[in-house]
Ligand binder design. Structure first.
Ligand SMILES: Nc1nc2c(ncn2[C@@H]2O[C@H](COP(=O)(O)OP(=O)(O)OP(=O)(O)O)[C@@H](O)[C@H]2O)c(=O)[nH]1
Ligand SMILES: [Mg+2]
Length: 370
């Protein structure tokens, strides 16, 4: 398998030469390195250019005009690599926190997995030279992300990861929403949701040797909030989750429906069928809004409420209404009931089953975003 090592750099002049040499010592002959430099003021790019003749056709660089963040750098690297014949991509920091010594073990593991994660949080892995506070923040951050996302990966935040090209192609890279610290979390969570096979191998992660850390309170806070956006945007909507939410939404709609029906049909003695239609329109609108905002939110994350979809939703519900009315009529004509709304309840139950299937498969059908 042919590998591309992608190395984003911003002010890594003190590290980049020794780092590049060390990586070349640990990768196969056919593997290559791509440095993505965002016009580092400290002249990182010039140092890479000086090294290029020593590694003909194996050391590449993407020069970008300004600092655009880690995610943008990696996405550019993947796009660059997709057009060439690499099978495997490795993400790596240039500051020696990701030791080149681990690359062979990762390459071995990628033979059998789609994704290989250099993990600080499994037996044999860990960090070196971090204060207790920083360690606690990092561990807490990983645990927090795992719980919020319901994702079993132990090191969600780390950036030393190897991907098969075929895995990257499944992630929907065009839809990545993170451009900071949460980028790595999002990438891994997307691979988990896409059903990729994932292997964590232990790494010891020393603090950067030279240069300044870019971590700050603001970055950390932004990442903590982003996790929720990622969950909302990427999360696998298990059919069960969706059904439970749809049922709760339907339940609320039913209460609205029955209440109006009871007042109009039972108390005011209006004819049942027109009342049922009125109930349907009101409860249907309520259901559309709640389903859009909640039950099917993962499918609608990039859409606003729209008249078109509302009509489609009501159209889908018309089917449910037809079933509703048929059942209502059947129950009314065959049973003697203390209240007519009981028959309407039966109608709603049957109509809702039809409604769910059509709503899920037609109205809130997942778009072609992946
Ligand atoms: N191209 C590019 N590289 C970046 C950017 N921000 C950070 N990097 C590089 O990405 C790698 C990881 O950087 P960060 O995630 O900021 O973490 P760090 O600065 O290493 O922080 P510490 O490890 O805590 O010192 C390093 O090689 C950085 O030089 C950016 O905006 N553009
Ligand atoms: Mg670092």
């Amino acid at each position: 398998m042919k590998m591309l090592v992608a190395v984003p750099t911003y002010n890594e002049a003190p590290n980049i030469e020794a780092f590049t040499k060390s990586v070349f010592e640990h990768i196969p002959q056919n593997a290559e390195i791509l440095v993505i430099d965002d016009n580092s003021p400290d002249g990182t790019a010039a140092l890479v250019e000086n090294l290029m003749p020593a590694y003909p056709a194996r050391l590449h660089m993407l020069n970008r005009p300004e600092k655009q963040g880690l995610a943008a750098a990696y996405l550019a690297a993947f796009a660059w690599g997709f057009n060439r014949d690499y099978d495997v991509f490795l993400e790596m920091d240039a500051d020696f926190s990701h030791k080149p010594e681990y690359i062979p073990a990762m390459l071995e593991a990628i033979q059998n997995y789609d994704v290989v994660i250099g993990s600080r949080n499994i037996t044999g892995g860990g960090v070196e030279g971090w204060s207790a506070i920083r360690n606690m923040i990092s561990k807490g951050g990983s645990l927090y992300s795992r719980i919020v996302l319901g994702c079993p990966i132990k090191d969600l935040t780390g950036g030393f990861n190897m991907w098969r090209k075929t895995a990257l192609e499944q992630l929907g890279l065009r839809n990545i929403i993170s451009n900071g610290y949460s980028f790595q979390v999002e990438m891994k969570y997307r691979s988990f949701c896409a059903g990729c096979s994932i292997k964590e191998i232990p790494i010891i992660f020393p603090d950067r040797k030279y240069g300044k850390s870019k971590m700050s309170k603001e970055i950390f806070l932004e990442a903590a909030i982003n996790i929720w956006k990622i969950k909302k945007d990427v999360g696998n909507d298990s059919g069960i989750d969706q059904f439970v939410k749809f049922a709760i939404t339907g339940g609320l709609g039913t209460i609205t429906n029955l209440l109006i029906f009871y007042i109009c049909a039972d108390k005011l003695s209006f004819p049942e069928i027109p009342v049922s239609i009125g109930c349907f329109l009101i409860a249907g609108t309520q259901n559309y809004v709640i389903n859009h905002k909640w039950s099917f939110v993962q499918n609608t994350a990039h859409e606003t409420l729209s008249v078109g979809k509302w009509i489609l939703f009501l159209g889908a519900s018309i089917l449910g209404l037809c079933v509703n009315i048929l059942v209502l009529q059947a129950v009314l004509s065959h049973f003697v009931l203390p209240f007519k709304f009981i028959a309407q309840g039966c109608g709603i139950a049957a109509g809702m089953a039809v409604n769910f299937m059509v709503t899920k498969l037609v109205v809130f059908k997942k778009g072609k975003r992946q």
